[in-house]
Design a protein. Structure first.
Ligand code: TYD
Length: 226
């Protein structure tokens, strides 16, 4: 385990659960306390990672083997850790990351049925077994979440439908997302000290308050603002 001065916090949940909104609100909250916050996301976060992201999320990418998909998620993550996350933590920053290895366990491990074992093994081999200090899991109903994500993506890609898009996962079945949700909840049961489950079906403000309340004592956030 590397020595880390900063704090690594990840946010997880189904597509369309409202992660981006909550990440922005949490970043504002922390910055208002004069904390140095880096907001990033997976897959992506670096130039190389964004190129991998484009390949992974574009619905024009067809025939990608599940194992290759998993390997690409980890390729982007290894680059992200090396180039951005670890240096930022070493500088004492709070790193807020939209998705991390729990996404791979939920989507590739359970959604694609590759199992948790290979995901955790690759995490150990390629990511130095580095885990967040806390993970916020935004739990929502699978059907609701995915229909929101699909609506959002349709809105984005309706004009130039042949252009690259980020729809490939949203086109998966309801059963796929039910497996993803169940896997997330199982990770939370397995790691209650790290993973905080937040009911994300309320208003964005209520969800934000719940996230802040849950993170404050665990990370001693106020005490560190000096
Ligand atoms: P994201 O940009 O967070 O999409 P959304 O805003 O819709 O939640 O994530 C992109 C997609 O990539 C999402 O469908 C989940 C998927 N994904 C995986 O399948 N495995 C992974 O390891 C990661 C990081 C993401």
């Amino acid at each position: 385990m590397v020595s880390r001065k900063g704090k690594f916090i990840t946010i997880e949940g189904l597509d369309g659960c409202g992660k981006s909104t909550q990440l922005a609100k949490l970043a504002d909250f922390l910055r208002a306390q004069r904390m140095d916050v880096l907001v990033t996301r997976e897959p992506g976060g670096t130039l190389i990672g964004d190129r991998i992201r484009a390949l992974l999320l574009d619905s024009a990418t067809s025939g990608l083997a599940p194992t290759a998909e998993m390997a690409l998620m980890f390729a982007a993550r290894a680059q992200h850790l090396e180039e951005l996350i670890l240096p930022a933590l070493a500088q004492g920053k709070i790193v807020l990351c939209d998705r991390f290895t729990d996404s791979t366990e939920a989507y590739q491990g359970a959604g694609r049925r590759l199992g948790s074992g290979p995901v955790l093994e690759l995490h150990r081999l390629l990511c130095g077994d580095i885990w967040p200090a806390a993970t916020v899991l935004m739990d929502t109903d699978a059907a609701l979440s995915v229909s929101r994500a699909r609506r959002r993506n349709r809105g984005r890609s309706s004009v130039h439908s042949e252009e690259p898009n980020e729809n490939r996962f949203e086109e998966e079945s309801r059963a796929f997302f039910e497996r993803v949700r169940a896997a997330y909840l199982e990770i939370a049961r397995r790691e209650p000290d790290r993973v905080i489950v937040i009911d994300a079906r309320g208003t964005p403000d209520a969800t934000h308050q719940a996230i802040v309340r849950a993170l404050e004592p665990r990370l001693n956030l106020r005490a560190k603002t000096g």
